[in-house]
Design a protein around this ligand. Structure first.
Ligand code: ATP
Length: 628
């Protein structure tokens, strides 16, 4: 024990940061990357909007014809008809274009949400352990909602306004280069102001979204321990925490609104000043006879017409900044370490042990179906798993002390193995390594002679039934809870585990039987019932290895006896490992592993250990209650 183990590069995990790793500042290209799959629809929508806008551009030109016709005393019927057709046609085409573009925006958001959900669910346990779920939830809800604005009106408005603006500028330059020069000076000054203002909008948005995320985390903290908050009369203090985050979101929101107002007024002022300047310079030129009145009016109309695309473009740029802030927060989730669900990796490893395990005919129960998940095993063909830990070194994160200092023990075949030891000895951590919630820092954790890191993850977990210490029951019905890990279980199989987990009486008592709702976190069930539901769920998976983390709280005698019976029953044909906190559990165990401060002190039966191990004798004398 205690030998330094070298872990291959492949197995090393990245540094363990305390917060979400900051994604680099998002560029507008990131938003384009999300939109790219829809480029054809985007193009069609863009063309429609552009066409709609073009008919608008034609209007000043037609107006010039109307005025010229008026001056020449010609009929107005034709030009007016043309103008009406341009207005109505333009409106219809614009509406179609806007719809197509906004629909694309919604599709972009849908894709982002789907990707985010799949990333969140596949996060490694280690990442979720150090993060705040409430903040992650806000990235899925609040940030994607923000992205929707930019991906819908933002993309379409930016696109249409830019095109119209460019067309307008070209038209202006063609109509009168001098007046265009006057306009350009004013517009360039406005653009410079925007360069200063826009990044500030982005930063304010990001800070306000972060504050929203913090509110989510605080709420999640409160509802995660609602009874404790009430019982501790901590409502006022918790409200203060939430209020502080809400105030921060408000401050940043106000800052964002302020900068947006500056951007808006800059756009408005610049076009109006340009209007006045053109009127002044153009008027002087009309007076000197170098410009026709109709040309000045047409130019002013064009400028007036361009006011809208300019302010829309400014709005779109503002939204783009918010969208980029949201994309950055969404991208940070993408940087988190995810599990390789390796649904399509057929074999565990290249080493000899691994191929032995695969070739073993007794392994029919770990066969994988088309999607890599274990098939329902044929009763009678299940072979209990072999578990072996060899010189396992483990720390939860770089910089933290070792939890396991070289743990070595074996638990092979059917039977009950009890892990005992003082609180914090590293018992639950053994289960986390077997389930690969975490990977060992050194040494090997093997199931059936194959390093767990070389098992396809779905295959490994499919062979294991796991009952956490606080035996979580999820919101939903009893039936939904039971089939969580075995969605294909038949009614007979469910009835069988209900009987084995001593739940028949409960099912009989509930108003809707097995279809009764159990409440958020199973609050309508007792602690012992929740535990048995969790065990039944694990058993329904027909595991070859059952990991049971015994609750530290005391159960009443009837519940304790029921639980022990269920365990012993399962141990007849399954390798059952239990983190034991009760004397009755260990005395029934076939093998007891005594862990102390990250090393295995002794292995044996109850009788052997009472004779040979002082720590065990003390633990047994104190009923193995680990809160020592
Ligand atoms: N996610 C985690 N991150 C960092 N440290 C952890 C984490 N989980 C557990 N630890 C630490 O690792 C050590 C071993 O924890 P573990 O839960 O394995 O102990 P245990 O023997 O099961 O204790 P108990 O009997 O009280 O449940 C403890 O010191 C604990 O503080």
């Amino acid at each position: 024990m205690g030998d330094e183990m070298v872990v291959s590069e492949r197995r090393q995990r990245g540094p363990h940061a305390e917060e979400l790793r900051e994604a680099p500042k998002a560029s507008p290209r990131r938003i384009w990357e999300y939109a790219r799959p829809h480029w054809k629809v985007l193009l069609a929508g863009g063309l429609l909007t552009f066409l709609g806008g073009l008919t608008g551009l034609v209007q000043p030109l037609v107006a010039k014809v109307v005025i010229d016709a008026l001056g020449a005393g010609e009929s107005l019927a034709r030009p007016l008809l043309l103008l009406t057709a341009a207005v109505i046609g333009g409106a219809v085409i614009s509406a179609m274009g806007t719809f197509v573009l906004e629909r694309t925006g919604q599709s972009v958001v849908l894709a982002v949400r789907q990707q985010l959900v799949s990333r969140l669910i596949r996060l490694r346990v280690a990442e979720v352990d150090r993060l705040k779920p409430g903040d992650l939830v806000s990235r899925l809800t609040a940030d994607t909602t923000l992205l929707r604005t930019v991906a819908t009106s933002g993309i379409s408005n930016a696109f249409t306004s830019s095109v119209l603006l460019v067309a307008g500028i070209v038209l202006m330059a063609w109509m009168d280069p001098v007046l265009f020069g006057v306009t350009a000076v004013v517009i360039v000054l406005a653009a410079v102001t925007m360069v200063v203002v826009l990044p500030r909008i982005g930063r304010a948005t990001e800070a306000s979204q972060a504050a929203l995320g913090e509110m989510g985390s605080k709420l999640e903290r409160i509802f995660g321990a609602f009874r404790t908050i009430k019982a501790s009369s901590a409502e006022t203090a918790e409200i203060r925490h939430l209020d502080a985050a809400a105030q921060r979101a408000w401050r940043k929101g106000v800052a964002e609104a302020g900068w947006s107002a500056v951007a808006g007024v800059t756009a408005w002022l610049s076009t109006n000043i340009a209007f006045l300047a053109v009127l002044g310079v153009g008027g002087a030129r009309v007076a000197s006879g170098s410009l026709e009145v109709s040309s000045l009016i047409a130019f002013l109309l064009l400028l007036f017409y361009l006011m809208e695309p300019i302010s829309t473009l400014v709005n779109a740029a503002t939204e783009l900044q918010s969208g980029l802030a949201a994309v950055r927060r969404i991208d940070e989730v993408g940087n988190l370490e995810r599990e390789d669900t390796d649904a399509h990796r057929p074999e565990p490893a290249e080493d000899a042990d691994a191929s032995d395990a695969i070739a073993d005919p007794g392994r029919s129960d770990t066969d994988t179906a088309h999607n890599g998940f274990p098939r329902s095993p044929v009763p009678g063909t299940r072979r209990p798993a072999r578990v072996a830990l060899t010189d396992v070194l483990f720390r939860y994160a770089d910089g933290l002390p070792l939890v396991h200092h070289g743990v070595t023990f074996e638990a092979a075949g059917a039977g009950l193995t009890a892990l005992v030891g003082p609180s914090g000895a590293g018992k639950t951590t053994v289960f986390s390594l077997l389930e690969r919630f975490y990977d060992a820092t050194g040494g090997t954790v093997a199931v059936d002679g194959v390093d767990v890191r070389d098992w396809p993850l779905a295959g490994l977990r499919g062979a294991i039934g796991y009952v956490e210490q606080d035996a979580p029951v999820l919101d939903g019905t009893l039936q939904e809870n039971l089939v969580l890990a075995a969605p294909d279980a038949t009614a007979d199989e469910i009835a069988e585990v209900v009987r084995r987990a001593r739940l028949s009486e409960l099912v009989g008592r509930l108003p809707d039987g097995i279809d009764s709702a159990v409440g958020h976190r199973g609050t309508t069930l007792s602690g012992g019932e929740r535990q048995r539901v969790a065990i039944a769920r694990a058993l329904l998976r027909r595991p070859r290895l059952l990991l049971l983390d015994e609750a530290t709280s005391q159960l009443d005698a009837a519940n304790e006896a029921a639980l022990k019976e269920v365990m012993l029953d399962a141990a007849r044909d399954t390798n059952v490992m239990v983190v034991a906190h009760r004397l009755s559990t260990v005395t029934s165990a076939d093998r007891i592993v005594v862990l102390d401060a990250g090393i295995v002190r002794a292995v044996g039966t109850h009788a052997e250990l009472v004779d040979s191990d002082d720590l065990y004798r003390d633990l047994a004398a104190s009923q193995l209650l680990t809160a020592s």
